[in-house]
Design a protein around this ligand. Structure first.
Ligand code: ADP
Ligand code: ZN
Ligand code: ZN
Length: 761
């Protein structure tokens, strides 16, 4: 394959990757009318066991594979341009091999959705009807005006009401797109023209992407002179960019240390060199502020890939990146597959975040794959975090990736004081609510009196995590999943957090018919009520999955930013990068919840959550304060997060991982099996365990096989789930055993289904 553009395939046959659960390619004949039109990465329609499937051309071949006497013809070409560049195709092939997943399914997961009806519009000659609708030929951008202020003060000039109103939009920014002025004044085009005549505005025609993200107004970009630590990080990354050596770095910088500024400058260098960059963030919906900073610096030279895009918008963005018209892609984990032309840099912000792991279908870890893609593309990979994952920090300590430290806040602000409140001693607070302890009540009271704002975090949404029958003790459970239902009082419903089951609260107990229930535990809804009752004059808002549908997140954060909201209560959605100057107090209502998970990463997750939430306080000039309520004040994750002491936490954690032989000292492969009946799931898992145990590496004890064991949620969405865990410090041997299991899975285990999860979380 060539390095930049795909060359047409001239051979007789092509190899096609299909979205079927088989790790092999399929050979098809190229009919004469399609000869010379297919390229590696082209999406084609083919017949496969009497169905028509969309697959991807991977390469050409002159003969049929051995033992195959006849090949079906390619039925048609679905898009005029290849979906994948050679660089992306090569990387995805490696990714498929690493995860032992069929290439066709990987490619389907990475490609934009096929335009609807494309299959039906395929003509007999193998081409599409209405070719003007092919994505490769669509107009990706629409033309609009970019309106810029000339910076001349209009004080002496007489302006009309519409002109004044429009000029007001430029008080905190230099340029605006014409469509963002619509709704502001009538006929903005005419008003802009009149202001240009007065010499106050300039405009130029530009191409802009249709994207709701681009509606959010952008503040003026005011880059700071880098601190010494930032400068070292910038210089190091820029030097690596020039070398095209595929180097990787961890930027370990405390919250507010100015990591984003380092990303911005590195990406700017990449753009100046005419190359492209990808920025991966944990949850794009939570980062409009971050996107705003990138737009302020780079204008419209970014494509924001998020789930709110229509198929058309996604396609626009894909094409713009593919053609190199737009150089920077920003998005959540799937932006890893963005077809950025001449990729120079991938940045993974908050690299420790668990949302980078895709947990269904093609299961991949976007941070790990970012390292792989960068290496293959000769691009630099930068991972950034205040609380790096244990694996990444270990890699940096071993010198496998470079370590760049930003040890202090860029603004010179100090890290907030954290007070640990021992809930075993404090019990019920002064207002009668167990989660508003005396110290939290006092601190929040002081904060509000000073006109500041507070954030209180609780890792559980809903009102009460479960309801127990007051007479027989039965807990209300989901009929399809083995979990307790959560009370959501605002909706008057009990909901399952794993499937969409919900029912009215007022249903008699399944065990005895009683209608009296006791609430166990608390959720954000109840916490909000408790804070409201403790501070009746305060405006208390809530941010969690229940309140944040659509643009709900932005609305709530806007109300906090504008000062309308005094206290924001919420789940981990409140812990992510919001930089709000008025917030001086951060409370953690209950630090222990994430420690209770039966997972070797529970302590790490807890430390990360607490350290991140503590970093939200006092980022501007007023010092921050953090109140951390817990039943386990001596737990290292709690104690060290309170001291902002990542190094000590890491030292403790890595020692423990080594002792018990968990990652990064061993690798894991999880085998997930599910079936409609519990016996079937267990038997299939046992069959796979037997397959593994016949392998020499397992007999030797080099690879451990744990299980079959029921999954933490045996029953989920009405199906039964079992697990097998493979564990070994020797990667090669572990992969050998996993490959045997993968082959056994491909042979079929009806009625059960099984999948591999390489490096499970
Ligand atoms: P991080 O991404 O590490 O949490 P940010 O990049 O958001 O940190 O920076 C935190 C704050 O510090 C922001 O308000 C930013 O404008 C400011 N900042 C960044 N770099 C500098 C600098 N060199 N001098 C002064 N302020 C800075
Ligand atoms: Zn009962
Ligand atoms: Zn359920």
């Amino acid at each position: 394959m060539s390095a930049s553009a795909s060359e047409p395939i001239e051979s007789h046959y092509v190899e096609v990757a299909l979205p079927v659960p088989l790790r092999k390619l399929f050979t098809y004949d190229v009919p004469s009318q399609l000869r010379g039109t297919l390229k590696p990465g082209s999406r084609v329609a083919v017949s496969f066991s009497r169905r028509k499937l969309a697959g991807f051309v991977v390469g050409g071949r002159d003969d049929l594979p051995e033992g195959v006497s006849r090949a079906l013809p390619v039925a048609g070409l679905l898009e005029s341009e290849p979906v994948f560049t050679p660089e992306l195709l090569r990387f995805l092939d490696q990714a498929a091999k690493y995860y032992m997943h069929p290439l066709g399914e990987v490619l389907r997961a990475a490609a934009p959705a096929l335009p609807s009806g494309a299959m039906r519009r395929l003509r007999k000659d193998g081409f599409l009807d209405a070719t003007e609708n092919l994505p490769g030929q669509r107009v990706a951008h629409h033309r609009t005006w970019k309106v810029t202020t000339t910076g001349k003060a209009p004080s002496s000039m007489r302006l009309g009401a519409r002109q004044k109103k429009l000029m007001d939009r430029f008080t905190d920014r230099d340029s605006i797109l014409l469509e963002d002025l619509r709704g502001e004044v009538d006929d903005p085009r005419a008003v802009v023209r009149s202001l240009k005549e007065k010499g106050l505005l300039e405009f130029e025609e530009v191409e802009a992407i249709r994207d709701p993200f681009f509606r959010i107004p952008v503040a003026r970009d005011e880059p700071h002179a880098p601190t010494a630590a930032q400068q070292i990080a910038i210089d190091t990354v820029v030097e690596a960019l020039a070398k095209r050596s595929g180097q990787a770095f961890l930027i370990h910088g405390v919250t507010g240390s100015g990591k984003t500024e380092v990303y911005l400058r590195a990406i700017d260098e990449v753009r100046k060199a005419g190359r492209g960059a990808i920025l991966l963030v944990p949850e794009i919906a939570l980062t409009p502020q971050l996107v705003g900073r990138f737009r302020a610096r780079f204008g419209d030279d970014i494509a924001v890939l998020h789930s709110g895009l229509t198929a058309r918008q996604r396609d626009d963005a894909w094409q713009a990146l593919h053609k190199g018209r737009v150089q920077v892609a920003i998005g959540a984990r799937s932006a890893l597959f963005a077809p950025v032309a001449d990729l120079g840099l991938i940045v993974v912000d908050e690299e420790h975040d668990p949302s980078f792991k895709q947990d269904e279908g093609f299961r991949y870890q976007a941070r790990d794959m970012a390292l792989l893609r960068a290496r293959y593309a000769g691009a630099v990979c930068v991972l950034g975090s205040a609380t790096p994952s244990v694996e990444t920090y270990h890699r940096a300590n071993q010198g496998l990736i470079g370590l760049l430290s930003l040890p202090t806040r860029a603004t010179g602000a100090t890290m907030p004081e954290v007070e640990i409140v021992d809930l075993r001693r404090h019990r019920i607070g002064p207002t009668g609510h167990p989660l508003v302890s005396g110290p939290l009540f006092a601190a929040l009271g002081r904060c509000l009196e000073n006109g500041h704002q507070g954030i209180i975090f609780l890792n559980r949404r809903g009102f009460a995590p479960s309801l127990r029958c007051a007479s027989c003790g039965v807990v209300a459970e989901c009929p399809a999943c083995s979990v307790a239902l959560t009370e959501h009082r605002g909706q008057g419903a009990l909901r399952c957090h794993y499937c969409d089951f919900h029912r009215a609260v007022a249903v008699p107990c399944a065990g005895c018919g009683s209608t009296e229930f006791k609430r166990l535990g608390v959720g954000t809804e109840q916490l909000q009520k408790a804070v409201e009752e403790s501070f009746p004059k305060a405006c208390v808002a809530r941010l969690d999955r229940d309140t944040a549908s659509g643009d709900g997140v932005e609305r709530v954060l806007d109300r906090l930013r504008s000062g309308e909201v005094d206290v924001l209560v919420g789940t981990q959605m409140v812990t992510k990068g919001h930089d709000i100057a008025g917030v001086t107090l951060v409370g953690v209502a209950l630090a222990d919840q994430s420690l209770a998970f039966p997972d070797f990463r529970a302590a790490e997750r807890t430390f990360q959550l607490l350290a991140q939430v503590a970093g939200r306080a006092g980022r501007a000039d007023s010092p921050g304060e953090v109140i951390l309520q817990t039943y386990q004040p001596d737990h290292p994750a709690v104690r060290l997060a309170a001291q902002h002491d990542y190094e000590s936490f890491y030292a403790e954690e890595i020692r423990e991982r080594q002792e018990v032989g968990y990652p990064p000292f061993a690798r894991l492969v999880s085998v997930r099996v599910h079936a409609g009946a519990e016996d079937d799931a267990r038997d299939a898992t046992q069959a796979l365990a037997d397959t593994a145990r016949r392998h020499q590496a397992v007999k030797d004890g080099a690879v451990q096989v744990l299980g079959p064991a029921p999954a933490p949620l045996v029953r989920l969405r009405g199906r039964y789930h079992y697990r097998l865990l493979l564990k070994s410090p020797q990667r090669k041997l572990l992969r050998n055993v996993a490959a045997h299991i993968a082959a056994r899975i491909e042979a079929g285990l009806p009625p059960a289904h099984a999948t591999l999860d390489i490096d499970p979380l």
